[in-house]
Design a protein around this ligand. Structure first.
Ligand code: UDP
Length: 252
């Protein structure tokens, strides 16, 4: 590995470029390299922009959260972080579902149900959305998931259990950081042994995170809602999340 991989463009074949990340092949077909970009999109890519430094911050936050979840027994795709925007991950057959866990009402839940913002949900909700930009990532039901052949009854149950376990671990961790985990999105995939692993990223792009030190509705937002809603100070908020995550992580 080069001394400063962050300054390099990954050398492997580009396999896929998404809104926030690029996936490259490596010499090992079972391993992929994920590159975190500064690009940001919202509202199904109708709003586009850049959050300077986001790639590094999300790579670092995801690294720490994957390591923590791994230490707690959650199987994830993370293998090694090789640069300040790059991590090696296990190649997975991605299940095209966005698994959203909600602890407090926000976002599309409020829009679609009329529930007020910030109401605690007991028990937490687990929702499945179809990962398909052309269709606008629609909300699915268990019956629809089975009818579409996206996952079996048993796999849906496993995804729910995994998502709720991860929610407990992340909620407790962010609580120690003085941050409320409002909701978040996970993606899962199957490895060569057909085991379900956590994939993608966990970052302020994919979580709603509220600073517990203020009740102010705009000030408390430490996640991509700052970009979605033009609240300003987006990078600074992401940086504050990283600092708090690092402060709670064991030094080595
Ligand atoms: N989310 C995501 N990617 C998506 C859609 C949602 O990471 O394509 C995250 C979002 O950041 C939030 C949670 O999933 O933490 C729930 O999002 P919601 O359904 O409220 O959608 P939104 O209105 O934010 O698009």
């Amino acid at each position: 590995m080069a001394a400063d991989p962050s300054s390099e463009t990954p050398s492997g074949e580009k396999l896929y470029e998404g809104k926030a990340k690029i996936i490259y092949a490596t010499d090992d077909p079972a391993v992929l390299l994920t590159y975190f970009k500064d690009d940001a999109t919202a509202f199904n890519a109708q709003k586009r922009g850049q959050i300077v430094g986001k790639g590094q911050i999300n790579c670092a936050i995801s690294t720490h959260l994957f390591q923590r979840l791994g230490a707690a027994g959650v199987a994830t795709h993370w293998l090694e972080t090789t640069g300040d925007r790059t991590m090696l991950v296990k190649a997975l057959q991605i299940i095209p579902l966005e698994v959203v866990v909600r602890n407090l009402t926000a976002g599309s839940l409020c829009k679609q149900t009329g529930l007020p913002l910030g109401q605690r949900l007991e028990p937490s909700l687990v929702e499945f959305y179809y990962k398909n930009d052309d269709l606008g990532d629609p909300l699915l039901t268990g019956d629809r998931i089975r009818a579409m052949g996206l996952a079996s009854e048993e796999q849906i149950g496993t995804l729910r259990r995994l998502a709720l376990n991860i929610n407990q671990l992340l909620t407790d961790f962010f609580m120690d950081c003085g941050i409320t985990l409002v909701d978040f999105k996970l993606e899962f995939g199957l490895d060569a042994q057909h085991q379900i692993l956590l994939g993608d990223e966990i970052s302020p792009d994919t979580c709603r995170l509220w600073d517990q030190s203020t009740d102010d509705e705009a000030q408390r937002v430490m996640d991509k809602d700052r970009f979605r809603q033009d609240l300003g100070q987006v990078e600074a908020a992401y940086q504050r999340v990283l600092e708090r995550v690092l402060a709670q992580s064991p030094k080595n």
